[in-house]
Write a new protein. Sequence first.
Length: 552
Amino acid sequence: MGHSQDLERLFGLKDVTYKVNLSKDALFDAAIAGDRGRIRPGGPDTDPKAYATKLGKKGPLVFYTDPSCTGRPVKDTFGVAWPELEDKVWWKADFQKFDPTKFQALLKRVGEHLNQKKASLFVKDVYAGTDAEYAVPFRFVGEYATHAMFVHNMFPKELPGVSNEDGKRWTLLNVPSYHANPEVDGTASQRAVILDLKNRIILVVGRADYCGVNKKGMFTVMNYLLPDQGHMSMHCSANVGQRGDGAILFGLSGTGKTTLSADPDRKLVGDDETAWTASGISNLEDGCYAKLIDLNKEAEPVIAAALSMPGTLIENVPAPKGKRMEEVDPQELDLSDQSITENTRFSYPLDCNPNVAEGSKGPHPETIVLLTADAFGVLPPVSVLESKEVMYHFIMGFTAKLAGTEVGVTEPQAAFSSCFGAPFMAQKPSVYARGLAKMMEKHQGRCILLNTGWGGGPYGVGKRISIKDTRALLNAALAGELHKEGAEYDVHPIFHLKMPKACPGVDPSVLNPRNSWKDKAAYDTAATKLRDLFRKTFEDKGFASLGIEPVM
């Protein structure tokens, strides 16, 4: 079935025109010529949203989202609550139920809105997944050329061997010009991101034009589909060492997932979304969507170089004061400028990185790393986990938010996100925890909890564990040193975690966190407080009823 018949069947689109699978150069021109909307608070809906730099088409496209949507609109993200799916889906604050009858009526109104305005829509056909065994065809349809270009960057364009493409295809319809009416449409506000898991549709309406919506919507879908096929879908980075040893690194924002996976001695499989199947690990994407705020160009040379490459996309970075973007060299951009948002972003194809594994695939991971950045300063820099501890720490997904990042936060705050990506996990968290334990057992993976946070005291008192020590601990784990026969451990009296007594290249005194605190009683108090937070969260979320053993 051709795309126009397909889109008429899905959305009733009759009086629209399509620009199908344009090249990135053509999308670049179309974005500058036609992408219009609000880019400043209280501004008109007619402002240009996309801009060229001094390099023109030889450099990046710069895009500004609606000022009310500089990140994912979590309070406006829903799943259609079809009765047959209701018990299977993990409903939560950032994935709420949407009434099926209301959804069908809304879909119809959006189609009529597009017909009425004789919309010109960009269509981009790609795949979610780099392995034909599980990959699904993904069709983006939307009003903004910038979004089509983003999708082109972020997903594989060709993938031979995918069977029954029409029967598996997911379609995302992105319509910023349709402002929802909550009373009529059943939305929470004038915007909405709604996943219909039964009919393979993602609908985005209103001021929800943050580029990441087009990627994370599809990631949520893959997290829903893959477990039923016996595969693991994971919010993690992955790479492969010189002896063909795979590794995966789970972690929330700020824990080092992207930085630590970009290792010159290892080939990158992917930095954010990974599948683990019977044949090994593979990337769900074909691009990277990196945070730009305060980017250290020396520490991140790949991202720094990609800033000046053609076909890349910069989001919400302002031009330097007194300059028009057309006069600016991308390397002149002030990457510490958070006047629009702290969440400035950059999308670039994976092949901007010269060190990518062939086909973005790798073998079964020998090492599984759970990253945390403990700002309380009490967790060990590294712990070796048994299978039941892996399930526990994976389902807890702990890190700590720092003081100073939000008004009124004076001490670190614990953040728990199941499976290190709760908003995107469409099935219940135990599905992923059991899946991970099963894959690790089958392929003899070993696991560490790696703390990239603080030692010697909490944030503001102690200091961050050095990147040198973190790298040495990670390298020792990747080489199997921390798990080898004869390795000796201390058991933490409060957390019950196994701490290696020695690690090549690391002063043994830092391996037990209590040693680095001057005031040992203060350490014990702080550690007990964090352990109690773990226990309370475990209880509040009812994880015991999912068959997870409380190991702390």
